[in-house]
Design a protein around this ligand. Structure first.
Ligand SMILES: NC(=O)c1ccc[n+]([C@@H]2O[C@H](COP(=O)([O-])OP(=O)(O)OC[C@H]3O[C@@H](n4cnc5c(N)ncnc54)[C@H](OP(=O)(O)O)[C@@H]3O)[C@@H](O)[C@H]2O)c1
Length: 315
C-alpha cells in the first residue's frame, strides 16, 4: 500500500499555493492508491529517502547551487559538511536553522593538503566519515575568449579549479571509503555538477566546457567502475544544468541576447533555479530511491537542444 501522506518537496517551493486542487482514489484488490492531480504545484509523495543522518560533503556550499543543495539535504535529515573557499557568510542562516547538523569547513580544493585536512576535520565529532560527496564547486570565467586568444594561465586555472580539484577531492574520498565502515560504504555516492557546456561546448569558454565534459564523461564513467571495487553498492552520477540563476551567472544573464540564446532551443523557456538542480542531486544521492542508477549524466536544462549558431542574417 502506498502512503497516503503527501508533502511538498522542499519547504520553500516557490510555486506552493497551499491547496491540493484535486484528489481521486483507486482501489484494486489489495492496493489502495491515491492520485493527486495538481496543476502548477510540485508535490512528492511522502517517502523516506533514506538520507536521514547520512553525512554529505557539499563542495562550493557557499555558492548559489551549493547552498540550495545543502539546504535540501538538511531538510531531509542529512548531516552536511559545507565546504567554502573564501567566505561562509551565506551559510550562516543554515547554521542558525539546523544547528549541529551542519558544519562549515574552509578549503581550497586545488590544494591536496587542504583537501586531506577537510576530510579529516569533517569526520571528527559525531559526523563520522563522509558518505555522500557532492562535487559542486567551480568557476566560469566571464570573458569571452576564443581559443586563439585564450591565455594559457586562464586555461590552466579553470582546468585546475574545476577538474583537477574534483580529481583531488574524489581521490581523497575514495581512499577513505576503502577503509570506512560498512554503513558508510552502503550509502557511498558521488554526484558531480556538470554543465550543458560540457555536452554542447561553449564558444569563448572552451576551458570551462572542457573541464565539465571531462567530469561528466571521463571522470564519472571511470569512477563508477572503480567505486564498486571498494563499496559494492557505490554509485557515481552527474547532474548537468543549463543556465541557473546564481552569482556565477548574474552578470551574463543581464545581457538579453545571452538569455535569448540560452532559451532559443529550450522548450521549457526558463532559466533554471538552484532548486531545480538540488532536487535532482538529493534524489540521485538516495541509495533507497536511486540505488540502481550509476554512470548517468542527468541534464537539468529544460529540454535544451543545443546552441543557436546562426540567425537569418548570418546565412
Ligand atoms: N550558474 C549556472 O548557470 C551554472 C550552469 C551550469 C553549471 N553550473 C555549475 O554549478 C556549480 C555551482 O555553480 P554556482 O552557479 O552555484 O556558482 P557560484 O555561486 O559561483 O558558486 C561556486 C562555488 O565554488 C567555490 N569555489 C570556487 N573555486 C574554488 C576552489 N578553488 N576551492 C573550493 N571552492 C571553490 C566558490 O567559492 P568562492 O567564491 O569562495 O571561491 C563558490 O562557493 C559549478 O560547478 C558550476 O560550474 C552552474
Amino acid at each position: 500500500m502506498l502512503s497516503t501522506g503527501y508533502r511538498l518537496f522542499g519547504r520553500s517551493s516557490p510555486r506552493f499555493s497551499g491547496k491540493i486542487p484535486h484528489c481521486s482514489t483507486l482501489t484494486d484488490g489489495s492496493t489502495f492508491v491515491i492520485l493527486l492531480v495538481v496543476s502548477n504545484l510540485i508535490v512528492a509523495q511522502t517517502m523516506d529517502l533514506g538520507i536521514d543522518g547520512v553525512h554529505v560533503l557539499v563542495t562550493g556550499a557557499s555558492g548559489g547551487i551549493g547552498l540550495e543543495i545543502s539546504r535540501l539535504f538538511l531538510e531531509y535529515g542529512a548531516k552536511v559538511t559545507a565546504q567554502y573557499n573564501t567566505t561562509q557568510t551565506t551559510l550562516q542562516p543554515l547554521a542558525f536553522q539546523y544547528g549541529e547538523r551542519i558544519q562549515a569547513r574552509q578549503a581550497d580544493l586545488t590544494d591536496e593538503d587542504a583537501v586531506n585536512k577537510l576530510f579529516h576535520d569533517a569526520a571528527t565529532g559525531s559526523f563520522g566519515d563522509v558518505q555522500v560527496l557532492i562535487l559542486n564547486h567551480g568557476i566560469w570565467p566571464t570573458a569571452d575568449e576564443p581559443i586563439r586568444n585564450m591565455p594559457l594561465e586562464r586555461w590552466r586555472k579553470t582546468i585546475d579549479t574545476n577538474l583537477t580539484s574534483s580529481f583531488i577531492t574524489a581521490k581523497e574520498y575514495m581512499w577513505r571509503l576503502e577503509l570506512a565502515a560498512a554503513v558508510v560504504k552502503d550509502n557511498a555516492s558521488i554526484i558531480m555538477i556538470g554543465s550543458a557546456a560540457g555536452k554542447y561546448g561553449e564558444a569563448g569558454h572552451a576551458d570551462y566546457a572542457s573541464s565539465k565534459s571531462a567530469m561528466m564523461y571521463g571522470l564519472t564513467l571511470s569512477l563508477k567502475n572503480e567505486i564498486v571495487k571498494i563499496a559494492p553498492r557505490g554509485r557515481v552520477n552527474t547532474v548537468a544544468p543549463g543556465w541557473v540563476k546564481t552569482p556565477m551567472a548574474t552578470e551574463a544573464l543581464k545581457d538579453p541576447s545571452i538569455v535569448y540564446q540560452a532559451l532559443a532551443t529550450t522548450p521549457l523557456k526558463k532559466v533554471g533555479l538552484p532548486y531545480d538542480v538540488a532536487t535532482q542531486v538529493v534524489i540521485l544521492s538516495s541509495q533507497k530511491i536511486s540505488g540502481h542508477i550509476t554512470g548517468q549524466v542527468l541534464m537539468v536544462e529544460g529540454g535544451m537542444e543545443g546552441r543557436l549558431l546562426n540567425r537569418p542574417e548570418d546565412i
